[in-house]
Write a new protein. Structure first.
Lengths: 112, 109
């Protein structure tokens, strides 16, 4: 069974902390994505990557950065967590040209 | 910019009733369109995509370029269809998806 694994299901962090959300896929997919999911707003793209060491900004990159040192791993970094970053974070991967994402189970982050 | 609109936040029907979840897109070309579903406590998963023209779990969706719509339909709703449904589009020559705001479908017994 193909998998996208997000390291934490729930996280609680304090305002100002640096937060790392990890995502690993075992499907050899080229593309990886980070979304945040909020009620009434749907899924909004934060960052994505089409290749190792490559990253592109999505629609809401402010306050976030990413790292992709290996093909299978895509990390989302909150440089200084704020309460408005409390959300469900979803990682996804896909193979170029084939369409269709495989999603992780999500990380619910609460910033207090 | 490309956009996907799902006008209904919540759709409630009784078991056995027909269901139509609305999706409109803004794009001048030939978009790729998808429906994703998220059941309670499960991860988001692909339900269907328009280029495959297949029916999954009894759901179908037809691309109407004139109305720029990709509505999801099922003739007889089941309780297990209760979930969050997202319409999404992929700009040509990219692999990123733009999602709508989602519609929660509630099917009552």
């Amino acid at each position: 069974d193909v998998k996208v694994t997000q390291s934490s299901r729930y996280l609680v962090k304090r305002t100002g902390e640096k937060v790392f959300l990890e995502c690993v896929q075992d499907m050899d997919h080229e593309n990886m994505f980070w979304y945040r999911q909020d009620p009434g707003l749907g899924l909004r793209l934060i960052y994505f990557s089409y290749d190792v060491k490559m990253k592109e900004k999505g629609d809401i990159p402010e306050g976030y950065s990413v790292s992709r040192e290996k093909k299978e791993r895509f990390s989302l970094i909150l440089e200084s967590a704020s309460t408005n970053q409390t959300s469900m974070y979803l990682c996804a991967s896909s193979s170029t040209g084939l369409g269709g994402y495989t999603f992780g189970s999500g990380t619910r982050l609460t910033v207090v | 910019a490309q956009r996907v609109t799902q006008p209904e936040k919540l759709l409630s029907v009784f078991k056995g009733a027909p269901v139509e979840l609305k999706c409109n897109y803004s794009y001048s070309g030939s978009p790729e369109l998808f429906w994703y579903v998220q059941y309670s406590r499960q991860r988001l998963q692909l339900l269907l995509r328009h280029i495959s023209r297949e029916s999954i779990k009894g759901f179908t969706a037809d691309l109407n370029k004139g109305e720029t719509s990709f509505h999801l339909k099922k003739p007889f709703a089941q309780e297990e269809d209760s979930a969050m449904y997202y319409c999404a589009t992929s700009p040509l020559s990219t692999d990123k998806l733009i999602f709508g705001t989602g519609t929660r479908l509630q099917v009552f017994p």
